[in-house]
Ligand binder design. Structure first.
Ligand code: NAP
Ligand code: GDP
Length: 318
């Protein structure tokens, strides 16, 4: 009989971790024991706390999602925290995975860690080809470290440590806090509050012109589970919607408006920064592995997220 896999998911209480839990629960996981961790189980910035987690659960596999995560405005104001917290977390998780003989680690990078001045679409080979956008360089260099470490652990010790690169993610269990959220949960929260107050104006930050690709967290969860079970390269793989699915922030705002059936006006606050203009990514590598994977249509995913937020307003991360 094959040995049972024990899979720990760091960051298991976050947007992506909760989506993986939802999919594993719905689809079953024969021969696998899944453990979803939060910061309550131990601070992964701390080596001793990380060691205790690995001793307790004795994982054979790790999905490493835990990170200090935030939208543009949070990144702009906390560059050092993003750098140091994420470097510590990543270093501890990979080191403990090595020291305890974990068979496979799948860590999470991000499309926004790629060089700012680059040709588009970006692909997996370009990760280290220039400095990241100045708005999030702390987060970006900490994320790039994962790919460097994965190769070093492999070349020196033969470890199977790999990584995935999602584009912008959203869905149920997202962070809806106005100071630190990404754009979709931020706009859902803002429009919900505006409607409650009877406002006829919906304020969107920046010019609305930047372009983004968005993946629904439940689609991303299915792909990360596939990577854990099937992907055998050390090099990262983009888990991202097709290039044609890229939208402007204005289109995002319009989709949020549609989901609430809001009849007022969208106002763009151009005194606020836009961040990176675009980070268009190619998912050719993913499509070569999974040509038929169906992504949830954007309008349906936005609507489901809005409905989740309304139904869970009292317990959502605000
Ligand atoms: P999230 O919702 O903010 O969740 C972060 C998770 O990390 C939570 O479970 C949190 O635990 C945990 N965590 C944070 N600091 C920790 C610490 N010091 N020790 C232990 N656990 C800690 O983030 P997410 O959006 O799911 O992101 C998951 C991964 O995807 C991250 O690696 C992120 O960089 C990557 N990613 C996200 C996006 C996006 O648009 N959201 C895009 C690309 C890549 P608590 O719940 O207990 O605080
Ligand atoms: P990014 O993809 O790393 O830049 O992360 P975000 O999701 O934070 O921001 C994406 C874009 O949405 C940027 O151009 C922001 O200016 C724009 N945006 C518009 N309104 C908001 C908002 O309320 N919150 C956030 N985070 N971004 C907003």
């Amino acid at each position: 009989m094959p040995e049972k896999k024990v899979i720990i998911v760091t960051g298991g209480s976050g947007l992506v971790g909760k989506a993986i839990e939802t999919i594993v629960t719905a689809e079953g996981s024969e021969g696998e024991k899944w453990i979803f961790l939060s910061s309550q189980d131990g601070d992964l910035c701390d080596y001793k706390a990380t060691e205790a987690i690995f001793k307790k659960h004795e994982p054979t596999h790790v999905i490493h999602l835990a990170a200090m995560v935030g939208g543009l405005f949070h990144n702009l104001s906390h560059k050092l925290d993003f750098l140091l917290n994420n470097l510590r977390i990543n270093d501890n998780v990979l080191q403990l995975s090595f020291e305890t003989g974990v068979k496979k680690v799948v860590s999470c990078l991000s499309a926004c860690t790629f060089p700012d001045k680059i040709s588009y679409p970006i692909d997996e080979t370009m990760l280290h080809d220039g400095p990241p956008h100045p708005s999030n360089f702390g987060y970006s260099y900490a994320k790039r470290f994962i790919d460097v470490a994965n190769h070093a652990y492999n070349e020196q010790h033969g470890c199977m440590f790999t990584s995935v690169i999602p584009c912008n993610v959203f869905g149920p269990h997202d962070n809806f806090n106005l100071e630190s959220s990404h754009v979709i949960p931020g706009l859902i929260r803002k429009l919900y509050n505006a409607i409650e107050k009877g406002d006829d104006k919906f304020r969107v930050l920046g010019s609305g012109t930047p372009l983004r690709q968005f993946i629904y967290s439940l689609d991303l969860a299915k792909l990360i589970i596939w990577v854990l079970r099937n992907y055998e390269e050390i090099d990262p793989i983009f888990l991202c919607v097709d290039e044609q699915a890229e939208v402007t922030i204005k289109q995002v705002a319009e989709e949020v408006v549609k989901s609430f059936n809001f009849k007022g006006d969208i106002v763009f606050d151009t005194t606020k920064p836009d961040g990176q203009y675009k980070k268009t990514a190619s998912n050719t590598k993913l499509r070569n592995y999974l040509p038929d994977f169906q992504f949830t249509p954007f309008d349906i995913a936005v609507k489901e997220t809005m409905e989740w937020f309304k139904a869970n307003y009292k317990t959502a991360r605000l």
